[in-house]
Ligand binder design. Structure first.
Ligand SMILES: Cc1ncc(CO)c(N)n1
Length: 224
């Protein structure tokens, strides 16, 4: 790893093609331009509800995998934020899009949802806290970058875009700060790694990134 790069920057740089395919996915572009089909967004929102539930379990796993109180409290805060705030907001947002809580509770998981969330969990089960965070990083930090990328694109529509609230949520100070904190945690946990360990983490990060690409594609294809 080059000396002046943080672990996060390094992980991203080594899979830049996959990273771009994730951040600049057609789903994201269409969402930014306001041209995304409503059915695709609704399908994505439904699966994202199931994703967020598994994501909460992953934060629970991070509590379990922590070896000091600071990491444990950070994971606890992540879990609390999901259960006390994020999932509730998501349910409300789904409701605005015509998806009831009953509907959400009855949903089957799409293959892309199962693949991604269980991959993250396996990284945590089989590995340590850093493995888990490297698998979680593309979700947490990636969405912050997607919102920023969208805000910078000249063809992104804001005020009259039905998807603007989604962009705003991930552009919010709160979310951007959460992404920065996750980045700092990775950089702290990831200091002075032996080459073989770094190579294993590179693979994990790349796989998780490709899983995010598949998640967008699942939305576009209405795939189950
Ligand atoms: C699939 C997916 N990745 C990342 C996020 C951001 O939390 C999300 N809500 N859904």
């Amino acid at each position: 790893m080059s000396e002046n790069k943080s672990l996060y920057e390094h992980l991203k740089a080594q899979c830049l093609d996959d990273w771009k395919a994730y951040i600049q996915h057609d789903f994201v572009r269409q969402l930014g331009q306001g041209t995304l089909k409503k059915e695709c967004f609704q399908h994505y929102l439904k699966q994202d509800y199931l994703f967020l539930i598994q994501f909460s379990r992953a934060w629970g796993l991070a509590v379990f995998k922590s070896e000091d109180l600071t990491s444990m409290r950070y994971a606890q805060a992540g879990l609390n934020a999901m259960l006390d705030t994020e999932i509730g907001l998501h349910v409300e947002y789904c409701n605005d899009w015509g998806i009831s809580e009953q509907q959400l509770q009855a949903l089957p998981e799409a293959s892309a949802t199962v693949a991604y969330t269980r991959y993250v969990m396996d990284a945590g089960f089989a590995g340590d806290l850093l493995d888990l965070h490297v698998a979680l990083a593309p979700c947490i930090i990636g969405y912050a970058e997607i919102a920023q990328w969208l805000a910078e694109q000249p063809d992104t529509v804001r005020d009259s875009n039905p998807y603007n609230a989604w962009i705003e949520m991930y552009l919010s100070d709160e979310y951007q700060q959460a992404a920065r904190t996750e980045r700092e945690l990775l950089d702290t946990l990831g200091q002075d790694l032996p080459p073989a360990r770094l190579a294993a983490l590179e693979k994990r990060f790349r796989t998780a990134t490709r899983m995010e690409v598949s998640f967008w594609q699942m939305g576009l294809d209405l795939a189950d």
